[in-house]
Design a protein around this ligand. Sequence first.
Ligand code: DC
Length: 239
Amino acid sequence: MPPSLIAIDGPVASGKSSIGKRLADKLGYLFFDTGVMYRAVTYLALRQLDRADDPRAVTALARRVRIDVLAPTVADGRDCTVLAQAAPAGDTAAGAAPAAEDITWAIRGREVEASVSLVAAISAVRQILTEQMRRVGLRGRVVMVGRDVGTVILPEADLKVFLTASVETRARRRYEEVLARGETRPFADILDNLRERDRIDSSRAIAPLRSAGDAVTLDTTDMTIDDVIAAVEALVVAG
Ligand code: DC
């Protein structure tokens, strides 16, 4: 029996999502990229509040938003579909719920990337989202990827993997992804953004990015994606 709860953590562009998605597809498990939850709240904050740096307002928004992560509903290269439904602020009447909006690609934009680490550093927002993620994880047969899956969201995970790679390698991978989407963005801009997000993700007071004591660490700097998949699959088989 393969492990039922698989946690994969690591810094930005360490390959977590590609590896996690392929592994989940192979095992027939749900792939859950927890970063999309923080991205969704950030995107809605920028749109509804015009800013994402007001912890009280962003927390109130996180409370009234419903985020759904589903298997892809459109074959356009997405790993999953992200839907959001946010009741307007102060709305207490049981009126018609706003329609769910597909924000899968919107949350990958530059403005979201520039602010998401700030949102992820708000402890009340983390609590709200962590509870939702944990509920999904405890159903089992899931590959969950993020920063604190093995340490906080699912400390009881059966297999924990921590992926790392040099910051330059990760920036190059992210740059190639951006090009593949037909967008242009200077490499230096991506490298700077990544360094800054690493700094914030690793130094925040609550659930900082770090490897769980019982995680297996893989440095993927000189590995291809197929090498990493093979290494992770060997861990799955070993149980
Ligand atoms: O993996 P990503 O780039 O989509 O993550 C977006 C942000 O969310 C990033 O700043 C780290 C944060 N995050 C987190 O703090 N905890 C998680 N479990 C997942 C993501």
